[in-house]
Design a protein around this ligand. Structure first.
Ligand code: DLL
Length: 433
C-alpha cells in the first residue's frame, strides 16, 4: 500500500469524487460564463447557458476549446480573474511553434503544487528524500511544478534546472539525491554519462519521475536498469496547469488523473463524440478548481485510453494510459498513420539506445521515411557487412510494425544531438502545412 499526500482525496469513493465534480463544475461554468467573454460567446453560439449544466452528465453540452482558441484569445482573452489577483505566468516550450500562455492565482499554484506532491509521494517520496529537479525552470512548467510539489512534501529540493550534465552528476553524487525529476530522454542521457564517468556506485537514486514527452516501456526498463531505480511516469500540460495532471503509482499501469481538479473525457477526434470508458481517443480536460485560467473541455490532442479498474495502490481516481501519440503530431506517411512511439518500441526491442531521429521527406510526390539510429559502441566495431545486415533487420522489423518501408541508417555512437529537455525526434521536410 502506498504513500499518499492527501489520502482522504486520493482514495475517496467514486461517489464522493463524482459529488465534488458535480458541485465544482456547476460553479466553474458560472465563473467562466461571467468572467470570460470569449467563452461566453462560444456558449451562446452553441445555445448553452450555465442553467443547462446541472452535473457532469451535462458536460457534453459545452463547446470544446482548442489550441486555436488559445491563439485567438492570446494573451489575456481567457483570463478569468483580475490581473491583480494573478501571480504567475507559465508558457509552453513552443516546440510546435504554437506558444501557450497560462495564468495562475496563488490558489492555483497551491493546488498545482499539491498535485505534484501527490506524484512525488506516489513515487515513494517523503521528507527524508533529496529531490533533484532537472526539468527546465522558467516559463516551462516542469521545473516550477515539481519544485513546488517537492517543497509541499518537505523534501530537500535541488532546483538544478536542465543542462550542465557534469554539474548535475556532481550534485547528484555529492548531495546524495534520491529522486530525480526530468524528461525521460534527459534521464537516459544522464544515465549514459554516469556510466562513462564510472560513478554508477556513487549515486543514491531510488526513483525517477519522468514525463513531458512520450517514452516507451522499453525505455523505462533501460533507465530503471541503468540507474538502479523505479521510473514513474508523470503527465500534464501547460494549459491545464503543468506536470501532475496525472501521475503513476507503484503499479505502473497508467497514471491516476487528479479528478478532484480535472474532469477527463475521451472523444473521437474526428466527430467530437464522447466515447465509452476503455475506448481509445482524444483526451479532453475540464479544470474545475482553477481560478485564473479555467479551461472547459480543452482538447489535448493526446490519444489515450481511460480505465476505472481497481488499482492495487488504493487510489480511486481514474487512470489514463501513456499517451499513444497525438492526433495532430501523428505522422501520416504514404497515407499510413505512424506514431514515433511505434518506431521507438522496435528499436528498443532490438537492443538499440533511445537515440534516434525520424526524417520524413517527399521525393517525386512520394513520401520517404528514414530512421537514423545510433549504434552501441560494440556494434560500431562491426564490419560494414554486419552493419548492413543489422540495418536490413531493422527495416524488416519496422515494416512489420508500421506496414510501410522505412530506410534505416545506423550512425556512429553519440552522433545524434542529446537533449536536455524534450527530445526533437521528428524532422518533417515535407512542409505540408
Ligand atoms: O510537458 C508538462 C510536464 C512537465 C509534464 C514535466 C510532465 C513533466 P507542455 O510543454 O505544455 O507541458 O506539453 C504538454 O506534452 O499534451 C503531451 O503531448 C506531452 N506529454 C506530457 N507529459 C507526457 C507523458 C508539459 N508523460 C504535452 N507522456 C502533452 C507522453 C507527455 N507525453
Amino acid at each position: 500500500m502506498g504513500n499518499y499526500y492527501q489520502p482522504e482525496i486520493e482514495c475517496a469513493s467514486q461517489e464522493q469524487i463524482r459529488q465534488w465534480q458535480n458541485e465544482r463544475l456547476v460553479k466553474q461554468v458560472a465563473h467562466v460564463y461571467e468572467n470570460v467573454p470569449y467563452y461566453r460567446a462560444k456558449m451562446e453560439e452553441k445555445g448553452v447557458t450555465p442553467a443547462d449544466i446541472q452535473s457532469i452528465d451535462d458536460l457534453h453540452k459545452l463547446p470544446f476549446l482548442t489550441k486555436d482558441d488559445l491563439r485567438e484569445a492570446y494573451p489575456y482573452g481567457l483570463v478569468a480573474k483580475p490581473l491583480e489577483e494573478c501571480v504567475r505566468i507559465q508558457s509552453t516550450s513552443g516546440t510546435t511553434g504554437r506558444r501557450v500562455v497560462a495564468f495562475y492565482t496563488q490558489h492555483d499554484i497551491d493546488l498545482w503544487d499539491e498535485c505534484c506532491a501527490r506524484a512525488i509521494m506516489a513515487a515513494g517520496g517523503t521528507n527524508k528524500d533529496v529531490v533533484q529537479v532537472s526539468y527546465g525552470y522558467g516559463l516551462f512548467t516542469g521545473g516550477p511544478g515539481l519544485n513546488g510539489g517537492s517543497h509541499k512534501v518537505g523534501c530537500l529540493t535541488l532546483p538544478m534546472s536542465s543542462g550542465n550534465t557534469e554539474r548535475q552528476i556532481q550534485f547528484m553524487t555529492d548531495l546524495g539525491a534520491t529522486i530525480l525529476c526530468c524528461t525521460p530522454s534527459y534521464a537516459a542521457y544522464l544515465a549514459e554519462s554516469i556510466h562513462e564517468m564510472g560513478l554508477r556506485d556513487k549515486i543514491k537514486l531510488k526513483a525517477g519521475i519522468f514525463g513531458a514527452e512520450a517514452w516507451s516501456q522499453e525505455m523505462r526498463h533501460d533507465i530503471e536498469e541503468n540507474l538502479g531505480i523505479k521510473a514513474y511516469d508523470i503527465y500534464g500540460l501547460t494549459e491545464i496547469s503543468g506536470p501532475g495532471v496525472s501521475f503513476e503509482c507503484s503499479e505502473q499501469t497508467g497514471m491516476h488523473i487528479n479528478e478532484d481538479h480535472f474532469i477527463a473525457e475521451i472523444i473521437d477526434p474526428n466527430t467530437g463524440e464522447v466515447l465509452p470508458e476503455g475506448e481509445k481517443g482524444e483526451l479532453v480536460f475540464t479544470s474545475i478548481t482553477k481560478e485564473a485560467f479555467p479551461l472547459l473541455r480543452y482538447r489535448t490532442r493526446d490519444i489515450c485510453v481511460l480505465s476505472r479498474k481497481k488499482c492495487s495502490c488504493g487510489r480511486t481516481h481514474v487512470k489514463m494510459s501513456k499517451p499513444m501519440g497525438r492526433s495532430d503530431d501523428m505522422l501520416i506517411v504514404k497515407g499510413v498513420n505512424v506514431f514515433p512511439s511505434q518506431i521507438e518500441t522496435v528499436l528498443m526491442n532490438k537492443g538499440y539506445p533511445a537515440n534516434y531521429q525520424i526524417i520524413v521527406d517527399r521525393v517525386n510526390n512520394s513520401d520517404k521515411l528514414e530512421v537514423q539510429v545510433e549504434m552501441t559502441s560494440e556494434m560500431f566495431s562491426d564490419s560494414l557487412k554486419q552493419v548492413s545486415a543489422k540495418e536490413k533487420e531493422l527495416v524488416d522489423a519496422l515494416k512489420a510494425m508500421l506496414g510501410i518501408y522505412a530506410k534505416v541508417k545506423l550512425v556512429a555512437p553519440k552522433s545524434i544531438k542529446r537533449s536536455e529537455g524534450k527530445a526533437a525526434r521528428i524532422i518533417d521536410n515535407r512542409k505540408l502545412y
